[in-house]
Design a binder for this molecule. Structure first.
Ligand SMILES: NC(=O)c1ccc[n+]([C@@H]2O[C@H](COP(=O)([O-])OP(=O)(O)OC[C@H]3O[C@@H](n4cnc5c(N)ncnc54)[C@H](O)[C@@H]3O)[C@@H](O)[C@H]2O)c1
Length: 339
């Protein structure tokens, strides 16, 4: 009989709730034993729904419990640093949502702590586990499109998240485009060397209070000599629209689809199909697969597919993009390759 990994979840909001559901109901070798949220009513509601024995607003209650082996951090990004530090120092394995932390000093410090304590720590770049992105990765590795030379990423939300989220999110480049920066490094098999970014507020004036934008575009250059771009938007009123394309020297791969189900409705008025409404729907499988893999790695004491180093590198690109947007200058991450 396998013993289940005793797990706690921090943050039970838009995404943390789904991680809690997955651990409680779908992950074979994990057991949800505690939930923590700053809002006691949220913690109590989720604990009751999922039959979790402990709920609290005090993270230390979880860190001091030596029977808890793993934690999932899905609280606002600005809170990740403190929780990561305490989790590593109390010997827990960690799954942390992206972005790793809100700034680079914090990220580098956490990397040092995680390495010193030999903590298993996986970052929540779930696109790497999404069946479509995963199939594309395998095709690229098999050489089906030749050498990858251009990446295009599209990440559009149907609307802006609530204002308190924006305030603690790091902004569009750090919160949204970071997914494309990570998957671009992964699919293009090359590090990003420079970014030039643009952005505007087109629909949500409150974004201006936080120096944020609701529409952006980042041009990306890679060490391999390849290039790319990443569009991010909070203005896709029609649905949640996540797509990518990798152009190679001998072919192209399109990734993603607007449709939720493979159906088409034909009436006298014409032909229509449904559209993916939100991220929990689009990435149901990916969220489940990334957590399954995390718990496999914990039980085997292995290395996660998405490491803290990946978290630091993606954050570095995102912060460079934000700087580029703010200054109007192209920002280099490392010396450009000799071509
Ligand atoms: N991978 C993805 O696709 C994806 C999607 C959405 C959000 N995220 C990430 O997940 C994190 C949470 O985002 P969200 O949209 O679920 O936010 P949210 O605002 O909907 O929920 C955050 C929850 O955390 C609670 N909270 C606040 N401070 C806390 C603390 N110190 N300890 C415990 N709980 C605390 C809040 O009360 C709230 O219930 C962010 O880092 C975000 O970037 C990732």
């Amino acid at each position: 009989m396998t013993t289940k990994i005793r797990t706690a979840v921090f943050g039970l909001g838009r995404l943390g709730y789904w991680h809690a559901v997955n651990v409680a109901t779908r992950i074979r070798n994990a057991e949800l034993v505690a939930v923590c949220d700053m809002n006691i009513e949220t913690a109590e509601r989720v604990a009751k729904e999922l039959e979790v024995p402990t709920y609290t607003t005090n993270p230390d209650e979880i860190f001091q419990d030596d029977t808890i082996q793993a934690v999932i951090i899905a609280s606002p990004t600005s809170t990740h640093f403190d929780l990561l530090k305490k989790a590593s120092e109390s010997g827990k394995a960690i799954f942390v949502e992206k972005p790793l932390t809100i700034d680079l000093n914090e990220a580098n410090e956490i990397k040092g702590i995680i390495e010193k304590n030999h903590t298993i720590c996986q970052v929540g770049f779930m696109r790497r586990f999404d069946p479509a992105y995963d199939a594309a990765k395998k095709r690229i590795e098999a050489g089906d499109i030749g050498d990858p030379i251009y990446f295009r990423g599209i990440s559009r939300d149907p609307h802006a998240p609530h204002e308190a989220f924006i305030e603690h999110s790091g902004g569009m480049f750090v919160d949204v485009s970071i997914h494309d920066f990570d998957i671009a490094r992964y699919l293009m098999e090359s590090e990003v060397t420079s970014v030039s970014a643009h952005g505007r507020v087109l629909k949500y004036p409150f974004m201006e209070k936080y120096g944020d934008v609701d529409q952006s575009l980042t041009y990306i250059e890679f060490a391999s000599g390849a290039a790319g771009d990443a569009e991010a938007s909070r203005n896709a009123y029609y649905g949640y629209d996540i797509r990518a394309e990798v152009i190679g020297t001998e072919g192209s791969i399109f990734i993603g689809n607007l449709r939720e189900h493979d159906i088409q409705i034909l009436t006298k008025a014409g032909s229509t199909h449904d559209i993916v409404p939100d991220f929990p729907t689009r990435f149901t499988d990916a969220y489940n697969l990334e957590l399954s893999d995390f718990f496999r790695v914990v039980s085997e004491k292995g290395t996660p597919r998405v490491t803290v180093d990946d978290g630091v590198k993606a954050l570095k690109i995102a912060l460079a993009a934000r700087e580029s947007y703010q200054t109007g200058q192209r920002v280099s991450l490392s010396p450009l390759p000799v071509r």
